[in-house]
Every structure is written in C-alpha cells, then in structure tokens.
Ligand binder design. Structure first.
Ligand SMILES: Nc1ncnc2c1ncn2[C@@H]1O[C@H](COP(=O)(O)OP(=O)(O)O)[C@@H](O)[C@H]1O
Ligand SMILES: O=P(O)(O)OC[C@H](O)CO
Length: 506
C-alpha cells in the first residue's frame, strides 16, 4: 500500500507544529508547541535553536501518535518556517554558536544604515529585491561574525554553517553531524539580501558587501524537489525514513496553500506579523512603493514564480503584548471581547512600531505610540485600537501593492491565527472596503508545505488538483460608509507620522 498522507513541519515565530494531511487536503492530525521568546535587551529577539529542534521532534512524534499513524504512512514531508531568523552552528558538533537572531530583532540597525551610507543600497535593492533593513538575514550573519568570539575564524575554516530555521531543522532531520544535508530553497534564500533574484544563486558582489564566506551558506534548490532535500533518518523522531521533498518560507507556503498560482492572486496571513503576498508570475516586478520583490515559489522543472510582498512586523504580536506585558487580557482571543466592549476606538490609535516600521515605510527609527488618548479611554479602546492597527497596517500594504501592480483586489484571501478574531476580520473588511474571505483549512502555511512536498512525489498531480481543494468557510462584507473609512485612514496616517524619527540610528 502506498502511504496515504503527507506531513508538514511549520516552524513559526511563536510555535512549531507538525500537521498531517490526507489526499483531499484535509487535516488529519496536528501537534503544536510554543517556544521561549528570549528578549535580552530592548529591540533584541532571540530563540534557542536547540529548543526549536527539540520541539520539532516532539510535535512530529505527538502528531503521529494522536493520528494513530506511523512514519510509514507518510509519503513525504514538507518543511516551512519563519523566514530570515538566523542560526549559525558548528557542523562537527551540531551546536549553535549563538541563539537564533529572530527576524524582528533590530540590533543590526547600524549595519543597515551603513549599507545605505556606503552606497550599497541600490545594489541590494536591485539584485536581492530588498531594502537594507534589520529584517533580513545578511546583516544578522555579519553581526554574528563580528560579535561572537572566534566565529569568523571558524567560518573561514569551514566550521560554521548558516541557515534559517528550515535549514537548521532539515540538517538535523537528515542526520545532523552524521551526514546532515545543508540546503535551503529559493524562497528562504530570497530573504537573506545575499541571493540574486535573476540567477537564483548566491551573489559574489552581495557576499563581498557583507563579508560572508560562501562556504557557510546552504545549497539553494527549488521549493518542491523529489531529490535535493534527502530523507528524514530512521532514528528520532520518525522511526522510518521519509523523503523530505518540499521546503519553503512560511509566507510562500501560505501563498501555495491559498492556491494563489496565477498572477494577480494574493493572500494576507495574520500571525505574529502580517504578510501580504501578490503573485506576479515569472516576471520580476520591482516595487516603487516600499514592497519587497521575492520568489513566491519554484516547483522542480519549472521557472521561479515571483511575488510582491508587504511585510508588517507587528500584528498578532501586539495582541500578545496586551496579554503578556500590559496584562489587560488573559489570552489572545479575549482581545475580541474586550474590543467589543466599546463602539469604536474612542479617538485612539495605536501604532505598534516595536521593531520600527516595515512595509511600506521601512523606518527603523520608528517606535510604538498610542495617540489621541483622553481620560475617557478604557482598556476596551486599547484592544480595539490594537485590532484596528492590524487592519490599517494591512491597508497600507494593499495601497502600495495596488500602486505597484495595478491589481485591484475584489476580495482579500486571509489566513493565520488572528483570523479567528471575527471582529478583527470585520474591521479589515470595513477599513479596506473589500470583502475578506477565509478558507476552510485556515492552516494554509502547513498545507502549502505539504502541497510542495506532495507535488514533488506525485501524491498530487498538479496545481489544478490543488485548486479544487480550496473552499471558503467565512466571508466578511464591508459595513462602514466611505466617510468613516476615509476619515479613519487619514487619522491612522497622522498617527504613523508621530512614531517616526524616535530612535537615533548611527
Ligand atoms: N482570537 C485571536 N485574536 C487576536 N489575535 C489572535 C487570536 N488568536 C491568536 N492570535 C494571535 O495570532 C498569533 C499566532 O498566530 P499564528 O498564525 O500561530 O502565528 P505564527 O505563525 O506567527 O506563530 C499570535 O500573535 C496571537 O497573539
Ligand atoms: O512565523 P510567522 O508566521 O510570524 O512568520 C514570520 C515571517 O516568515 C517573517 O518574515
């Protein structure tokens, strides 16, 4: 009997999950575990790579157990991951040289500023499709090489490997120090500032700008490939060899999971941050409005498909902040009830620029602000303004996307943890003036990784078969009149102005 299921590791910012899907794309089993957010200083965000690998092991074993399945029931595994987060480890021992530096971490702001000052900004924008910013991996690797004792020498001697968490998990799953495969895919590589979007290879000029030895970098492969990523070994956590045939960054995986296979199709994922991705086909579109150019996905034997992306650093993370720091809610879903305790935002706007502002502003000098406060305001207004901030930030990137591409959305496809918040999705439809639609399988990230893996092994035949799985579960229609929509957005833009030029970056 051929195995009937495909598995997917989703190594996210907040948690790691393993999901198992059947041939119709339905979820069969899932296990998920959070990991520690290490915040050593203001603006610094780290994860422990060893904890992430341990969590990955546990969620794989537990999902199989909960589903009453074994590794031999899996035709293939896909891996998807938080992108940009940077791990550097010693291949002889498997030990990381430092904690993973997370995509939200701003410690490299002076590196990013120096890239611009030294005249490298346009080269990076043109070749990598990215603005010099703290967000991407290149600056994080440079920081590690300059700040971890002995690391540069180790890297030059071939004793240091770089990976985003896909490569870290892949290397460990395929044997670690005993023959682990050091590889990544084009989508993850396109987030480093080191890959040339046209050649889809590491670029010597970019490597020179950052001073990064090529020997540290993983081999780049298509996102869906029957051979390149090897097999998960028979020891922990699987107990039988399973081919790993899909690897792609989580926002790219969600694009695949939402079956955005045609130019002009877009999705918005609401997790720790928000990420709007618009498929632009096999042509590179360079943004004039603060969006990123990125590889959407590449299936083996086919050309790469590109995308424009609007990346927002803090959306669901602002809800976590209400829970963990302000402690005005006990859980993320409580934000909905608290926000419903008031009619509107009471004149208050919250711009959660905790990591500066990403798309479309790219301002590392910004920091968060709550404006318009009066004594009248309550915790309800703070909760409501937090949900509105998620939606207004999404409007900022939708506006930029429409200007860059000429594509006008007639519906916004959404997914991710925050979309469980009915009020937030209603506000999103109101703020955009466009209906918002969520699919039945809201775990589109893991689904997309499973699709990439399953396409490579013939478990699914082609994109059309995958399209037939997509079903709407819920739609929110706009209810605000034009005046309210326009006024709210104008006030939001005024609030954003007040966050700028706060931190001095040298
Ligand atoms: N009902 C809810 N309302 C608002 N935010 C929520 C809700 N449920 C989850 N979240 C937020 O969603 C995020 C988790 O979503 P998820 O898609 O799992 O993210 P990630 O992939 O980034 O780990 C958290 O930041 C959490 O605060
Ligand atoms: O882990 P998520 O879902 O917050 O996604 C993180 C992004 O990949 C960062 O670029």
């Amino acid at each position: 009997m051929m195995p009937e299921f495909v598995g997917a590791v989703d190594q996210g910012t907040t948690s790691t999950r393993f999901m198992i899907f059947d041939h119709a794309g339905n979820e069969v089993a899932k296990h998920q575990l959070e990991h520690q957010q290490i915040l050593p200083r203001s603006g610094w965000v780290e994860h422990d790579p060893v904890e992430i690998w341990e969590r990955t092991n546990t969620v794989i074993q537990n999902a199989l157990r909960d589903g009453g399945l074994s590794a031999s029931d899996l035709r293939a595994i896909g891996i998807t991951n938080q992108r940009e987060t940077t791990v550097v480890w010693d291949p002889r021992t498997g030990r990381p040289y430092y904690n993973a530096i997370v995509w939200q971490d701003t410690r490299t702001d002076s590196i990013a500023a120096a890239l611009e000052r030294d005249g490298h900004g346009d080269t990076i924008r043109h070749k990598a499709g990215l603005p010099p910013a703290t967000y991407f991996s290149g600056g994080k690797i440079k920081w590690l090489l300059e700040n971890v004792d002995g690391l540069r020498e180790a890297a030059e001697a071939g004793h240091a490997l770089f990976g985003n968490t896909d490569a870290w998990v892949l290397w460990n799953l395929t044997g670690g120090p005993n023959g682990g495969i050091h590889a990544t895919d084009v989508t993850n590589a396109s987030r480093t500032m080191l890959m040339n979007l046209e050649t889809l290879d590491w670029d010597d000029e970019l490597l020179g700008i950052f001073g990064i030895p090529r020997s540290m970098l993983p081999a780049i492969h298509p996102s869906s490939d029957p051979e390149a990523f090897g097999q998960a070994r028979t020891s922990r956590p699987l107990g039988a060899a399973v081919p790993i045939t899909g690897v792609l960054g989580d926002q790219h995986a969600a694009t695949v999971g939402q079956v955005c296979f045609s130019p002009g199709e877009a999705k918005n994922t609401y997790g720790t941050g928000n990420f709007l991705v618009l498929n632009t086909g096999t042509e590179l579109v360079r943004s004039q409005n603060g969006l990123l150019t990125t590889v959407a996905y590449q299936f083996a034997g086919s050309p790469a498909v590109y995308a424009l992306e609007g990346s927002i650093a803090v959306t669901g993370a602002a809800v976590q902040w209400l829970r963990d720091q302000l402690k005005i809610i006990g859980s993320a879903p409580d934000s909905e009830q608290l926000a419903r305790s008031v009619e509107d935002n009471g004149g208050m706007y919250f711009v959660p620029a905790f990591s500066g502002l990403f798309a479309p502003y790219w301002r590392s000098d910004a920091r968060g602000a709550i404006v318009g406060l009066s004594r009248y305001n309550t915790g309800g207004h703070i909760a409501r303004a937090t949900l509105e901030a998620i939606c207004y930030q999404s409007r900022d990137v939708v506006e930029a996307m429409e200007q860059d591409s000429g594509v006008h959305l007639d519906v916004l496809k959404v997914d991710g943890g925050v979309t469980a918040n009915d009020l937030c999705m209603q506000i999103q439809a109101d703020v955009l003036g466009v209906p918002v639609s969520r699919p039945v399988v809201a775990e589109t990230t893991a689904l997309g990784a499973a699709y990439a893996a399953g396409l490579a092994t013939g478990f699914w035949s082609d994109e059309n078969e995958l399209r037939s799985h997509w079903q709407e579960s819920k739609r929110w229609e706009p209810s605000w009149d034009e005046d309210r929509r326009r006024q709210g957005y104008e006030d939001w833009k005024r609030a954003v102005e007040r966050t700028l030029d706060w931190v001095k970056v040298n």
